[in-house]
Ligand binder design. Structure first.
Ligand code: ATR
Length: 282
């Protein structure tokens, strides 16, 4: 469908941005719902982010997604922040109001939780202690999501202990720092194990990650936030041991929903055909 002069505009700012799957995903939804709107890739150099941010407002964009390396800069520039953006300390979604003020949101925790909530495999995953591996930016969103979902305890393990301790201080007493490699005793009653480290993307000693698996109870659900490859080495090994697994692609799809709804006025659905189309682009 061609655009009219009243088309609503949004996009994704990143550097680089060419690998982003978001333009394709939002484009599929725009077509599906017959919306007069466009979602475009915006390659913004970090030195020019503030300029680009103001430019979006000047151009009348409804908003944008913000990806690596701009999430912290965006956090600092927004006029308002949602509670979850403030808790996570980064922004991935900008919503520009009619008054020109920019609200910064973070939908990563929502995406992570929705991916599990909507997967029949994941039943009961939030009803006991969760083990989160890694303490970077993505981990912070995962921990926020799990606590908001009422998980009774999050055990946090990271190679660099100081980072997990910082997160535990931010999130309070339901988060307990455990050693890296993870002691088997800390795994025995875990209901959900989440990999948020970049291990498995190539390079790095996978052993501390894989060593967790034999210590988990058989009913524990195992998930990974990395979606490329869709079934990561960690998930492959978990599946081979008989665990239920959920891959990370759904997190990417679900985290896009709140932005689309805010900019284009329709709540989009993550359907099997949308998932298949994005998968074919991976
Ligand atoms: P993101 O925002 O995607 O979470 P990040 O902040 O760079 O990215 O975090 C990467 C995570 O992977 C961290 O938890 C990191 O551990 P450190 O804090 O010790 O760096 C983890 N990670 C990366 N390479 C690793 C490796 N070889 N062994 C163990 N953990 C690793």
């Amino acid at each position: 469908m061609g655009l009219t002069g009243a088309a609503r505009l949004a996009g994704v700012m990143g550097w680089p941005v060419a690998h982003s799957l978001s333009p394709r995903l939002h484009g599929l939804w725009l077509d599906r719902y017959g919306i007069d709107g466009a979602y475009v890739p915006l390659a913004v150099h970090p030195d020019r982010f503030a300029e680009a941010f103001r430019g979006l407002v000047a151009l009348g964009f409804r908003g944008a997604n913000v990806t690596i390396p701009h999430k912290e800069q965006a956090f600092a520039l927004c006029d308002r922040l949602t509670g979850r953006a403030r808790a996570i300390g980064a922004v991935n979604t900008l919503v520009i109001g009619e008054d020109g003020l920019v609200t910064g949101d973070n939908t990563d925790a929502f995406g992570f939780i929705e991916n599990l909530r909507t997967d029949a495999q994941a039943t009961g995953a939030f009803e006991g202690p969760a083990l989160v591996l890694g303490a970077g930016g993505a981990s912070r969103a995962v921990v926020h999501g799990l606590l908001a979902e009422g998980v009774p305890e999050v055990r946090l393990a990271n190679r660099t202990r100081a980072r997990s301790e910082t997160l535990a201080e931010v999130f309070g007493q339901c988060v307990r720092v455990v050693d890296w490699p993870v002691p088997h005793a800390a795994c025995a009653d875990v209901r959900l194990a989440v990999n948020t480290t970049s291990l498995g993307l190539g390079g790095g000693d996978m052993a501390p990650l894989l060593d967790v698996l034999p210590a988990l109870p058989a009913e524990a659900l195992v998930t990974d936030i990395v979606y490329k490859p869709r079934i990561t080495p960690f998930l492959l090994a978990a599946r081979a041991r008989g665990h239920r697994i959920v891959d990370g692609l759904g997190m990417l799809l679900h985290q896009a929903r709140p932005g689309f709804e805010a900019w284009f006025g329709t709540a989009p659905e993550v359907t099997a055909d949308i998932r298949a189309a994005i998968l074919s682009d991976l």
